[in-house]
Structures are given as C-alpha cells and as structure tokens.
Design a protein around this ligand. Sequence first.
Ligand code: 48F
Length: 271
Amino acid sequence: SMQFTPIRESTVSREMTSRYMSEMMEYAETDVVIVGAGSAGLSCAYELTKHPHIKVAILEQNVAPGGGCWLGGQLMSSMVVRKPAHEFLDELEVPYDDKGDYVVVKHAALFTASVLRKTLIAPNIKLFNAVAVEDLLVKQEGDKVGVRGVVTNWSLVTQNHDTQSCMDPQVMEAKVVVTATGHDGPMGASSAKRLESLGALPAGLPGMGALDMNTAEDAVVQMTSEVVPGLIFAGMEVSEARGCNRMGPTFGAMLLSGQKAANLAVQILNR
Ligand code: 48F
C-alpha cells in the first residue's frame, strides 16, 4: 500500500520560514507595490507579468486574495464584463457567454482563479496575504508629496487593537505604488484618505457618485492615473479620490483600470 516518504517536522517549519523570510528580505525594496488583490489589483499584477525584470509585491490584508471578484453582484455568482474588456478575459483564458455588447462569466471565481494562476506563477510577482498597508512612505519634494513605499503590518495585528494598542509596523520601499483598495470602508480607499489627511488631495474627498454604469466604467479607466508622484490609483479607489459614479456589478473597468495602472507603472519606472 502507498506510504509517504518520511519527513522531519522541523524540515517543514524551515521550508516555510526560510522562504518567507528571504522573500521579505528581497522585497524590503521593490519596483512596484500593489495594495489590494481585488479585480483591479490582480489585473495590474497580471499585466506586470509581461515585464519579468520588474519586481512586484501584492499586499492583501485579507487571508484570501480576490476582493469583491469572487462573486459578481449580490451573491449571484456570475460576472458581467462589457466589451472590449472581454479581450482581457481571452488573455486569461476565462470562458464566457458572448451576449453581443457584453459577456457573462458563469462564475466570477473563474476570473479570480485564472488571474491568480497566471500571476502567482510568475517569478517576478509575490503575493503577501494577511498583510495590511497601514500607511504610505512619503518624501516631501519641494511643496509636493512623493510616495516611496508603504508601511505594512500583519493584518491580524492591525485589526486587533483591543489586545495590543500599538505594534509598530515595518516598511516596504517601492519605486511605484499602485493603490487598488476599493470602495471606502474600514480598509477601503485607505490611500485616498491618507493623502487627504496629508493635504495632498483636497479636503473632503468627493467619494463615488451614484450608480451609472455607462459613465462610470469609462471614467474610472480614464481617471486611472498617477495622482501624486509615485502613487497610481486603480479600480474603485479611483472613484473615491476623483468622484466618478459607481458602476455596481460590471467588472470591465476594474480589469482595464488595472491594466492601465500597470502600463503607467512601467512608464514611471522608465522615466
Ligand atoms: O474591493 P475590491 O474588489 O476593489 P476593486 O479591485 O474592485 C471593485 C469591485 O469589487 C466592485 C465594483 C465592480 O466594478 O465596483 O466594488 O477596486 O478589492 C480591494 C482589495 O484591497 C484590499 C481588500 O481586502 C480587497 O481585497 N485592501 C483594502 N485596503 C487594504 C487592502 C490595505 N490597506 N492593505 C491591504 N489590502
């Protein structure tokens, strides 16, 4: 009968520890940090797999990556993607039903699984999950604020202020930060809110407007940009910072915003 080859328990511990710790050493300085592994952040990471010389860390506060894209709208599984964003699904080899102007992915998890499969396998990309970005690393450049990295902590620490009042974080230096933390919420829109408190965005963030799919999707992609030097906004955090409408359960703009953020990051790295 089948028997596993023997292993020392300490070997298992050392395999995990040595790998994780050497990755933390390596990523203390990186080219790109992506904050948030939702549909926009993961699309950005996938696009950066095409540039294998660029080192990318994805930081996700949750245990599981995926953000809102494990499900489409209202717990109903399917994911609607308006054309031409279906071309991105083609690249990811995500199957869908073609409905003419838009496509429907049978279960949104097919998107998340495919984008993770293609992204995490790339040697230049590392996902640190259960790691929260608590703050931005900024440098004053004349009268402007430039972003040079992120302040991180285990999210179990960040979320547990009742047992531990202060646990100092650490820092990941980055040439470019892509912030894709989603809607305003306990963690969402965190970079937008931090920039506002620093005076680098006008006081009183516009926040997202009411739902209008037709204006919202184009606006979010169009306004995906480097808002302060070294910091690119992507996904729904764009609408919190810039005040476009919400789109609700259509995801094309998230994919194309992530893709655009990646291309902007490459431009910044080349400048
Ligand atoms: O919320 P999320 O899916 O944002 P998105 O990629 O997509 C928006 C859609 O889900 C939906 C929509 C459809 O078009 O309108 O709302 O813009 O993913 C954001 C991810 O960022 C993580 C969070 O846990 C989620 O997985 N996150 C948020 N804040 C932080 C963070 C933080 N400070 N540090 C680390 N991760």
